[in-house]
Design a protein around this ligand. Sequence first.
Ligand SMILES: [Zn+2]
Length: 467
Amino acid sequence: MTLASWLDESKTFSVDAKTARHTPFFEPIVNTFNSGGYNPHVSYHFNPRVSAYHYGPRHPMKPFRLMLTDHLVSAYGLHQQMDLYETKKATQEELLNFHSEDYIEFLKRITPENCSKFADDLRKFNIGDDCPVFDGMYDYCQYYAGASLDASRKLIAGMSDIAINWSGGLHHAKKYEPSGFCYVNDIVMAILNLLRVHPRVLYIDIDIHHGDGVQEAFYLTDRVMTVSFHKYNGEFFPGTGNYDEVGVGKGKHFALNVPLQDGIDDDSYVRLFKAVIEPVITKFRPTAIIQQCGADSLGGDRLGCFNLNIKAHGECVKYVKSFGIPMLCVGGGGYTPRNVSRLWCYETSVLTNVELNSRLPDTLPFRSWFEPDYSLHPNLGDRYENKNSKKYLDNLLVQLMENLRYLDQAPSVQMQEIPPDLQNITDDEESRIVEKLKQESKIDKYRDEERYYINKMDDCKRGELLD
Ligand SMILES: [Zn+2]
């Protein structure tokens, strides 16, 4: 045997089937430069039922993307890195902490069968093409909101440093009506919950659409700062989010908007994101952060028009995490399901400090949907012309820094009462809830046989997922 052939054989030997089976799909990156030595306790909040709802055959929002995400997270073994909670539905009382009673009653009653009887209400509550009535709509809302509320409670109780709910992030919903595929606003409800304990909460939104529902809910307060990066030209949905929307009254300067044009690339986005978020965090000094990780800002999204790759989107999440502030990460938009699931799986790995092999695990259910590359990081970055000139971005940054200058006398926000109309629970009740949560042991319901490896097709058709 020649040396060369021996080397070849040894190479073959090192990647035989058995070795490949036992090679972990991730490497811990704890205490490396990238993680900054911060090793947070992470929890994952999900109820698989939320992924079974269906907005309708031609509707771009596919809750099924949440199951794909969960399959990826599990196949990579990331669930071993987190506390897993199968979340409960939010109660009607919890939804009423933000939403109006007549709107929630309407959501509860309306079904595809009886909607002809509710013609006036359909108009009143702006139900239509974007926000259709579908089977189990109210239950769906309760599931995704329940998961964000559960995540916020684990942060409050100190049981998690980072809590993840990919089914949440429905940032457009308003107090009295649905908007942009969002029926109830889980983010607002989670922030209201955090405000019971946290003096200042920062909301960061990197969905391609303006986080209007969250901004509007906290436009008048200095206890919540909202920062949204999004496409803006006055027409793109929801039509708001120019840099001059900065808050009103006590909330003036506590809303920050970063309007972007089509085709922004990885480098400019990440550079701008860090240049804005660093002073926001150091000046506002949040005690808790909610980051909305909408995946429609990725390149190749069915409704989006940016050029971001998964690693650049994840870099924003990694950067916010590096400040070591308790954080709730939620999903949001994202209309190319295979890329949504790749992104949120990758971001789960970023939050749990592990590095994933970019080749998708062989054991992944529905693996064929990731063809032809079977990679966690397909190239998504070259579809659109970048209309954000250097001059545009430089001027924008100057304007944003000017807006932030007013935060120099950082909010002396003390623990205040939550405005009465936002409060539905007494301090005593709250401390009882927190105490009860602290006593709960870590729930480890997720025995393997209960994992939702559903190997049969969802009623969501394969073609829809791929288009
Ligand atoms: Zn969006």
